[in-house]
Design a protein around this ligand. Structure first.
Ligand SMILES: [Zn+2]
Length: 570
């Protein structure tokens, strides 16, 4: 018998049930913690089991022809609401869990767990004592307090601790792991992006900006390894400290005059809108299709637009407009003649000018749509983890096998194929979008097969194929892929077309889709996915999806003159 999932010592969030998978000799009867479960005809099993919080033992037993085999897994299930485990007569200060750097006016939240019905207070070393804490109205044993950092407060690495007087009149004390540093509000702190693509999030999650190296940012505090970035009077964002380098104190906050000159120009494959900028400040690009239109916002900027140069022969850009949106934000709107477009790149050039590089679509009006196309296939995962099926089939191997089959089919149709990996080794996830752009791909397709998180019940609802896109210009490609699954993969349930915030879908420079063909974790789907003949059928479905996307663009080009002009311009 082999237990594939969970691993020994696995840590679970608070759940009362979860699933486990593995295999036994085909024909075995099996129990987990005494409860009988079904074994698939090829030996794989997937079953839900009841769990309890704390350390929990799973006992597996399989028997066949009077021979019995056993295995165990010890796991750890977290407390409800993600609370730390504690003894009945103990207080635990669990927030702040990481050190904070705050400015006057910022809020510090403190949370502590201890006996119900206590009276709670907390203190901040050198700054405040005996601040009240209130017991949470619906989660007894949780005590919450807060403090607004005051003008004049100062200190570095200050301890934060709470005290609970219990109903039995004991006093329990606990110190939080996170410390408080109060920043000097008279000074700005400036950092510069060093990562290939620094990701700024609107809160601690929620992606918003993707910045090239060399962009200067005004910072305004820190929580653990996350740095708060001040974008405008009303907007802030968060970045990983490891993506930034701090500049010496005294460096003035970034400010750019944007638009001193704006020009529209052409390269053999794109139309560039170049906006002069006196400094590399953070920017945000949003776009919509039907028709293709861009909105670019510069933060820490004021406009200084004198002239906008258009090229009468440029078939793409219709109009460039701008306005000062608030005292620190300038917005440029770029209207185009295109309906969908073919992706874009946005960055600063060597001279520091902002460049919006709008890709022109390929000319699909003549010959076979797949001939001469340059398609990037990305078999998901690599040396690291990927989903594993009950019989031990790994997702990364299945993804690669399907990718290689699809490559052969595409090459037969006259397409050029670039694979992000051709062995079980492979580049890190974050590098793959860059590889696709370096390969100057026409299309980017990331190949995956699915699993479920430990909080899900695999026996609830239907599980089959899904397609994901992120950029608006990728949606027609995702829709074409999905329609191909609808037509060709009737043995699998349709889980829908999704917008997904996934790194490989965020590629802006070409239509990009991530596809989840089937599930590794269901015994019957795994048995199919292992078979080369089925892998080829899936590859055929993907080929038809790719072809039908190009066909739909061909129809668009035949119908709309601007689309044709853009494809043929040199
Ligand atoms: Zn995957």
């Amino acid at each position: 018998m082999q237990i594939i999932y969970p691993e020994e010592g696995a840590k679970y969030p608070f759940v009362t049930r979860s699933f486990t998978l593995g295999n036994a000799a085909p024909g075995s009867t099996m129990t987990i913690n005494g409860v009988p479960i079904a074994v698939h005809r090829e030996g794989g099993f997937l079953a839900m089991v009841d769990l309890a919080t704390g350390p929990f033992l799973l006992r597996y037993e399989a028997s066949l022809d009077g021979v019995t085999a056993g295995a165990t897994r010890m796991i750890e299930v977290a407390q409800p609401h993600g609370l730390p485990s504690s003894k009945p007569d103990e207080a635990v200060a669990y927030e702040p869990s990481e050190s904070l750097a705050l400015l006057p006016g910022d809020l510090l939240a403190v949370r502590c767990k201890g006996p119900a019905g206590s009276i709670g207070t907390f203190r901040i070393e050198d700054l405040a004592k005996e601040l009240p804490m209130a017991e949470h109205p619906s989660i007894p044993t949780v005590y919450e307090g807060h403090y607004y950092v005051q003008p004049g407060d100062e200190g570095e690495g200050l301890d934060i601790s709470c005290a609970l007087r219990t109903p039995k009149n004991h006093t329990l004390k606990a110190e939080a792991k996170g410390k408080l540093t109060v920043l000097d509000p008279r000074l700005s702190r400036v950092a510069v992006t060093t990562a290939r693509s620094a990701v700024l999030k609107s809160a601690k999650s929620g992606y918003s900006l993707f910045l090239p190296p060399g962009v200067r940012l005004e910072t305004a505090g820190r929580s653990g390894d996350t740095v708060r970035i001040k974008l405008s009077e009303h907007e802030e964002s968060w970045a990983n400290a490891s993506d930034l380098r701090f500049l010496p104190e005294g460096t003035p906050p970034p400010h750019s005059e944007v638009g001193l000159s704006v020009s529209v120009g052409a390269t053999p494959s794109s139309t560039k809108v170049v906006i002069r900028s006196s400094e590399r400040v953070p920017f945000e690009v949003a776009h919509s299709i039907e028709p293709l239109r861009f909105e670019v916002r510069f933060f820490g900027a004021s406009h200084h637009v004198d002239r906008i140069r258009y090229r009468p022969d440029d078939p793409v850009v219709k109009d460039v407009r701008w306005r000062q949106e608030d005292s620190r934000v300038v917005r440029f709107s770029v209207d185009t003649e295109l309906w969908w477009g073919w992706g874009y790149d946005a960055t600063y050039d060597e001279r520091g000018n902002f460049v919006l590089d709008i890709r022109r679509p390929p000319d699909l009006t003549k010959g076979d749509v797949l001939r001469g196309r340059r398609i990037v296939l990305d078999p998901g995962h690599g040396p690291g983890t990927s989903a594993v099926g009950p019989l031990g089939t790994t997702e990364r191997d299945v993804n690669l096998a399907i990718g290689l089959q699809l490559r052969d089919l595409l090459v037969k149709e006259g397409a050029e194929v670039f694979l992000t990996r051709i062995s079980s080794d492979g580049p890190p996830l974050g590098d793959r979008p860059f590889l696709a752009w370096e390969a100057k791909g026409d299309l980017y397709l990331s190949l995956h097969n699915n699993a479920l998180p430990m909080t899900a019940d695999p026996f609830e609802g239907q599980h089959g194929y899904m397609n994901f896109f992120y950029q608006p210009h990728s949606r027609p490609f995702a829709a074409a892929m999905h329609a191909s699954y609808n037509k060709e993969r009737k043995e699998l349930p349709d889980e829908g077309l999704w917008w997904g915030n996934l790194a490989v879908c965020r590629v802006p420079q070409m239509p990009a889709v991530l596809t989840e063909s089937a599930y590794m974790i269901f015994p019957e789907q795994e048995v199919r996915l292992r078979a080369p003949a089925y892998q080829k059928e899936v590859a055929q479905t993907l080929l038809e999806g790719i072809r039908s996307f190009y066909e739909s663009y061909r129809k668009l080009q035949l119908r709309r003159k601007p689309e044709r002009r853009a494809a043929r311009a040199k």
